[in-house]
Design a protein around this ligand. Structure first.
Ligand code: CA
Length: 225
């Protein structure tokens, strides 16, 4: 699952970006200050940085130069207005692309995919696990050719597990990808979500087919043998 480091100080924009990006299959780490980026960049190794230029503590161009001094990670800058001179300067400083506010998620999504395609870390358009197929572009999933009627969180759970198919993901890991970090009661919510997803896929905790709880470890999605 490609990891995006988002640097944006507007909480409303952050919330909506985190929501739609996670729903599109990305893991998102959000920061509201430029100074936090460098430290995180080194240990989290993101696949892409989404950088708002209007940050309270530092100029976006400074953040970009600092990133470029230590990393070749792709950067898409978010500018408040379409200022050609500024955009040219940022591209010269090493930005890979830009979006100007207000932008649509459709446009940003396409730009992210294009940049990630170039670096070879895009979310695959289609993921198969046995007879489960996930179409990440249309955000829908089917089982044995039958479309599953999934709500966004259920789809996100299935996608999260499918991108690491065969591996056990801890409940904390899965919950944080669905609701973000530090959500109280995430374990209980995850259990409830898992049980809905199971019933929509025609299986249950006592009769698992694709969705397996591994005691004391987490959850695993795997094709039946
Ligand atoms: Ca801002």
């Amino acid at each position: 699952m490609p990891k995006i480091l988002l640097v944006e100080d507007d909480p409303k924009i952050t919330l909506s970006l985190v929501d739609s990006l996670t729903e599109s299959g990305y893991t998102v780490l959000a920061f509201n200050r430029g100074a936090a980026v460098l430290g995180s960049l080194l240990h989290s190794e993101p696949d892409l940085i989404l950088l708002d230029l209007g940050l309270p503590d530092m100029e976006g161009a400074t953040v970009l130069s600092m990133v470029r001094a230590v990393s070749a990670v792709p950067v898409i800058v978010i500018t408040a207005r379409r200022n050609e001179e500024q955009i040219v300067r940022l591209l010269d400083l090493g930005a890979d692309d830009y979006v100007a506010k207000p932008f649509t998620m459709v446009q940003l999504g396409a730009r992210i995919r294009a940049v990630l395609r170039r670096t070879g870390s895009a979310v695959p358009q289609s993921i198969d696990v046995g007879e489960v197929n996930i179409d990440t572009k249309l955000r829908r999933a089917s089982l044995a050719g039958r479309l599953l009627d999934l709500r966004p969180r259920e789809y996100q759970l299935l996608l999260t597990l499918a991108t690491s198919q065969g591996q056990v993901l801890t409940s904390t890991e899965v919950a944080s990808r669905i609701w973000g970090d530090d959500v109280p009661g995430a374990d209980g919510r995850l259990d409830a979500l898992l049980s809905i997803l199971r019933s929509k896929m025609g299986e249950s905790a006592t009769n698992p087919v694709y969705l397996h709880r591994v005691r004391g470890m987490g959850i695993r999605l795997a094709a039946p043998e």
